[in-house]
Structure formats: structure tokens, C-alpha cells
Design a protein around this ligand. Structure first.
Ligand code: ATP
Ligand code: MG
Length: 606
């Protein structure tokens, strides 16, 4: 391609709206432009890189036998009602109504669409497993789109769905995806941290997230330096530790009954530990949570008899739009809201409003506690049940209880792990101290089980002619986010440094001036490279050489050939990822450049 025939839209200034390198460089190099909040247009150079990312993903999906489909982006609301997610998906899902009042969804993901299509195609066990994928547009009405295409509203995802007769078959496909993803990220030149949600054992349910390290990462990763355990903080577990008293000795059970103590105006844990000369570890912190769309059965839970349960859609996934829980945790720890939401099968949890806290606890904010609390179910973190002789809020303004014994003085409705694991906590497998990193999720593989096939009535006939329900897996990679992450990992002050596999063009030829012998030699090299199947860009603009060098560096083209009067009959050959320059005879330049391209590709693809 000659530059005069395409569009280079580079910017010299760093756009103020962009804070991370990839966002800045995508704008500066003219990879994309913002059309609206969270909505981006790719320009020709950017689209070439984007398509390469797509194609690498496509090739690796095809390599494991996945079949490519293409679903509509706008799908009927009815299939979302069947799965129950019409209600539970929340405001992130964009809904629309057409001229005949049909409700529609702009796909934020496509479990429903694939389940519906496969349901109609599937009749016999002989067809299974089915592994289907698409690379297609998604829309999520993210509250805060940010960092350019890293978190946009419209984006492209490779999403795959598999259907199986047995758990073993699902496990097998899941492992194939786990391998294919590693291959994809290697080919893209990306270093990823695979994070497993389970212990890594085969069978059962499982999921693995592929994270890229980033200072602006929305996820916190908990990592073990010794055994390699890696988990998203949303799921990380740690080894239990012994709660201590103020003098550092393990807490001991007390025979004393719990009793009220006056704690006027003492509300925060710091105020309380000062006032009572104790440690946060002796305090049971109780937080009242507003829980949205819980799918737990709360019919027998304390205080829940009057709760409204939505049982539309023939009872598929009935849920409580609003419920409240008291969540207890040791005073020195924090509740992890993602773990809590997962435990309560809720779409969201949030701290209750002051009014709700006062109504539920019968006291001002700051005096909640699990003892004698009957208005809401109590969730106790596991750490609480190991505590002794502790202090809690007294369900009366300015009152606390002391000498509280968990189990003796209250019984939680649920005991589970809801703590936020942090650096310094101990690994549950080997006991080493965790460290942590920030990261972004690039891809995700997940054993879904029967969630969609059951609610959407997917069946097949087994060997004995008996009706069965298939089990499912799902597998996603964000294409735009992958592209941005590649730039995040491969750049310097002068611009992008594309890995050869995704570079918009592999070689750029810059004649110092596009005239005379320089023009002749540049064109000869250009034609030879084109014949060799190399993607080559010829900067035939009538610009100062400095401008052309800056642009080609900013664009990150991996190999640069400069044709100048001073060096002819030699030309200058330089790789973007190195400062070394070599002079080669003009007649050998194309062959030499082609060799570099092929070697780089082999390294990434090997
Ligand atoms: P996140 O936690 O970052 O919101 P998610 O858990 O919602 O991600 P999935 O539903 O698993 O993401 O989607 C699969 C992939 O789609 C993600 O790994 C990510 O690469 C990409 N993705 C998700 N949301 C966005 C977005 N708003 N913009 C760009 N890519 C996205
Ligand atoms: Mg999300």
C-alpha cells in the first residue's frame, strides 16, 4: 500500500481525555476515534490490526474444531425471558422496542441466542458435542466506559458455547479451550496470567480467567510466590488464621454470658477499640446489605416470610428483587461484595441505606450485630465462627454487647467465606504469603452446566431413546481489549511497537525524497516485497523525512527501510523493537526484510 492511497491520521499531541498508554497511542496513531461515550470507530490502519487479532483467534478456534456461526446482534427479548435474564441482567443490557411493540435486546452476550439455535438443531446424542463460536458485536451499557476500547460500550467479542452429553465431554472441550487460549495469547505477543477459580482439579464446575497485568486494572489478582496459586480477589481464598486478643494470644472461649455495655457515640471500629482497649480482631463487624435479585430460596430464612418472590416464566430461576442480609466479619477484615453476590446468587449487592439500617437494626447506624437479630438473615464469614469472647453492636443506639460467643449466642443463617483476601494473607495450599497485582480480564472460560439448557428446555435423545438435557460451557475473548492490551505491553515513547503477528503492515519503506534514484529503488524494493507476500507500506508522501520517520515509528511498523541519496546503493534497515541500524545493498533489502518478517512470525506462532 502506498501512503498516498490510504489515510495516516497521526496526532502529535497527547489527547487530554486519554490516561493510559494504549488509549493515547490508539488516538495518536490514528487506530481509532471516539464517536460517542464508549463508542469507537476503527480507522484503516487500526482495522488491519484488529482483523489480524480476530483471525488469530478464529484460526485457533477452527484448530480445536469449533464451528463458526454468526448470530444477529439484535435478538428477541423472548429468549432472554425464557432464561430469566430479561429481569436479572440489570441496566447493563440495552433493550429496545420496535414498531410492532416487539421487545428486543442488543446482545451483551449470547448464551440465550446460541442455546435457542442449538435447541432447534439438536435431536440426537450423535450430534454432540457441539462447539460453536462467533466473533461479533456486543453492547453493554457500562456505567463508566473508560480507557478507550478497554472498557467500551460497543465492542467485539469472540464468544463460544459448547454442548455435551457428559461432564467428561465438557471437561475435555474446556481443556482444549484452555490450551487454545494460551496459543492465541502467545501469537498475539501477550503475557497473560491464567487465574483459575477452582483448585485446578478436573471435573466439577470450573472457570479460568486470562488476565493481563495493568496498573489501571479493574481486577485485583492474588498471587502465591511459592506454589503459583493465582486467583481473582473476587474468588481468592486464604488459609485460616487464629484470631488474637490485644496481648497477641489466641482468643479463648468465655463462660460469661454476653451483656450490654454503654458505648455513647462510639461508632467506628477505631473509636470502639480505643474505648474498650481491645483489638479489631475481637470485634464482629456487622454490615447490612441490600441484595438485588437473589435466586436463593429464602422462604425459611429469618425475617423473609413477607418477601416478594418473582416466579414468572413457569418458575424458571425465581428470585427476590429486593432482600436484606446482615453480614458479619472479623473487625480487621473487609467483606468482598463479589463473593457475597455469588454466595447469595444475586445480580448485585450494595450497602443498605441509613434508613434501612435503622429499620432493620432498631438503632442508629453503627450498632448492628448478629445477637438477637431476627429481622434479616445473618451471613457470617468463616473467620467470625473462630472468634471468642467478642464484641458486637447491641441493636440499640449507644449499646454494644461484650463476651459474645459465636455459635452460643447466635447462629448464622449462612456461614461462608466472604472476606477480601489481600497481600500478606497466607496461601491455602502452601502457606506462603500472597502478593497482589492489578489486572484486566482478557478472556474467560467457564463450565456453565445446565443453567441455560434447563431453563430453555434443550433436550436430545440418548442411546436408549431417552430424553436428556445437555450440559454447557462458554468461552469469551474481548477482541478490542486484546488489541489495546497488545499496545499496552508493546510501546515506547515514540509509539506502538507491534508484534509482527498483528502489525497493520509488516514493513515500511521510506524514501527520503520520492524522486530520482531514491524513488526507483524504493519502488523496486516495494514490488519485490509485495511479490513475496509481505505486507508493505511505501511512504510516497512529499513530506520532510523527519515527519515520515515519526509517523512510521508512532504507527509501530516492525521493519523500516530508509532509502536515501547518501547511502545508495545501500539502504538502511531497522527494526522498530531495536535501536540497531544496518546498511544493506538495496538489491538485498527486500529479501532481508522478508526474512525478518518470517522469523518473527515463526517465533510468535511456534
Ligand atoms: P469485566 O469484568 O472486565 O467487565 P466481564 O466479566 O464482564 O469483564 P465477560 O462477560 O466474561 O467479561 O466477557 C468476555 C470478555 O469480553 C472479557 O474478558 C473482555 O475481554 C471483554 N469485555 C467485557 N466487557 C467489555 C467492555 N465493556 N469493553 C471491552 N471489552 C469487554
Ligand atoms: Mg463486565
Amino acid at each position: 500500500m502506498k501512503v498516498s492511497e490510504t489515510m495516516i491520521s497521526t496526532l502529535r499531541e497527547v489527547p487530554a481525555e486519554a490516561v493510559i498508554a494504549s488509549h493515547q497511542l490508539m488516538l495518536r496513531a490514528g487506530i481509532m476515534r471516539k464517536l460517542g461515550n464508549g463508542l469507537f470507530a476503527y480507522l484503516p490502519f487500526g482495522l488491519r490490526a484488529f482483523r489480524k487479532v480476530e483471525n488469530i483467534i478464529r484460526e485457533e478456534m477452527d484448530n480445536i474444531g469449533a464451528m463458526e456461526f454468526k448470530q444477529p446482534v439484535v435478538v428477541p427479548g423472548d429468549i432472554w425471558k425464557e432464561s430469566g435474564r430479561w429481569e436479572t441482567m440489570g441496566p447493563g443490557m440495552l433493550k429496545a422496542v420496535n414498531r410492532v411493540d416487539q421487545e428486543l435486546v442488543v446482545s451483551p452476550t449470547a448464551e440465550e441466542a446460541f442455546t435457542a439455535i442449538i435447541r432447534d438443531e439438536l435431536s440426537s446424542y450423535k450430534q454432540l458435542p457441539i462447539v460453536a463460536y462467533q466473533i461479533n458485536t456486543k453492547y453493554r451499557d457500562e456505567i463508566r466506559p473508560r480507557y478507550g476500547v478497554m472498557r467500551g460500550r460497543e465492542f467485539t467479542m469472540k464468544d463460544a458455547y459448547s454442548f455435551h452429553t457428559t461432564q467428561e465431554s465438557l471437561d475435555e472441550t474446556y481443556e482444549k479451550f484452555a490450551k487454545a487460549y494460551r496459543k492465541v495469547f502467545k501469537r498475539l505477543g501477550l503475557s497473560v496470567i491464567p487465574v483459575r477459580a477452582d483448585s485446578g482439579a478436573m471435573g466439577g464446575s470450573g472457570s479460568e480467567e486470562f488476565m493481563v497485568e495493568s496498573v489501571i486494572g479493574d481486577d485485583t489478582l492474588i498471587l502465591c510466590p511459592k506454589c503459583g496459586y493465582a486467583a481473582n480477589t473476587e474468588k481468592a481464598a486464604c488459609a485460616p488464621d487464629t484470631p488474637k486478643t490485644i496481648d497477641g494470644t489466641p482468643q479463648k472461649a468465655t463462660d460469661k454470658p454476653y451483656n450490654e455495655i454503654a458505648t455513647p457515640n462510639v461508632k467506628t471500629i477505631e473509636q470502639l477499640t480505643d474505648f474498650l482497649k481491645t483489638t479489631p480482631q475481637s470485634f464482629i463487624k456487622t454490615l447490612i446489605y441490600h441484595v438485588i435479585n437473589s435466586e436463593l430460596d429464602l422462604s425459611k430464612a429469618p425475617g423473609c416470610a413477607q418477601l416478594k418472590r418473582v416466579t414468572e416464566n413457569g418458575g424458571a430461576n425465581p428470585y427476590y428483587p429486593d432482600s436484606f442480609f446482615a453480614v458479619c466479619i472479623r473487625g480487621d477484615l473487609d467483606v468482598n461484595e463479589a463473593k457475597l453476590a455469588a454466595l447469595l446468587k444475586a445480580s448485585e449487592v450494595e450497602l443498605a441505606s441509613d434508613t434501612d439500617v435503622e429499620r432493620i437494626t432498631g438503632a442508629a447506624v453503627g450498632f448492628a450485630g448478629p445477637v438477637k437479630l431476627s429481622t434479616v438473615p445473618v451471613v457470617a464469614d468463616e473467620t467470625v465462627m473462630a472468634m471468642h469472647d467478642c464484641i458486637t453492636g447491641g441493636l440499640k443506639t449507644d449499646v454494644h454487647f461484650e463476651h459474645v460467643e459465636p455459635n452460643r449466642d447466635f447462629t448464622p443463617y449462612i456461614t461462608a467465606d466472604v472476606r477480601t483476601v489481600v497481600a500478606g494473607d497466607k496461601c491455602p495450599h502452601c502457606g506462603a504469603e500472597f502478593y497482589s497485582k492489578k489486572g484486566n480480564e482478557l478472556g474467560h472460560i467457564f463450565k456453565l452446566g445446565y443453567k441455560y439448557t434447563k431453563t430453555m428446555n434443550v433436550t436430545y435423545l440418548d442411546e436408549n431413546g431417552k430424553q436428556q438435557i445437555p450440559t454447557m460451557g462458554c468461552y469469551g475473548i474481548g477482541v478490542d481489549r486484546a488489541l489495546a492490551s497488545i499496545i499496552e505491553e508493546h510501546h515506547d515513547d515514540n509509539g506502538i511497537i507491534w508484534p509482527m503477528s498483528v502489525a497493520p503492515y509488516q514493513v515500511a519503506i521510506i524514501p527520503v525524497k520520492f524522486e530520482g534514484a531514491m524513488k526507483e529503488n524504493a519502488l523496486a524494493i516495494y514490488e519485490e516485497l509485495q511479490k513475496a507476500g509481505i505486507e508493505v507500506l511505501l511512504d510516497d508522501r512529499n513530506e520532510r523525512p523527519g515527519v515520515k520517520f515519526k509517523d512510521i515509528d508512532l504507527l509501530g511498523i516492525p521493519v523500516r527501510i530508509v532509502v536515501g541519496d547518501k547511502n545508495l546503493p545501500n539502504v538502511e534497515l531497522k527494526c522498530r523493537n531495536s535501536s540497531e541500524m544496518q546498511l544493506v545493498p538495496a538489491k538485498d533489502a527486500a529479501a532481508k526484510a522478508a526474512e525478518i518478517v518470517k522469523a518473527e512470525l515463526a517465533k510468535l506462532n511456534g
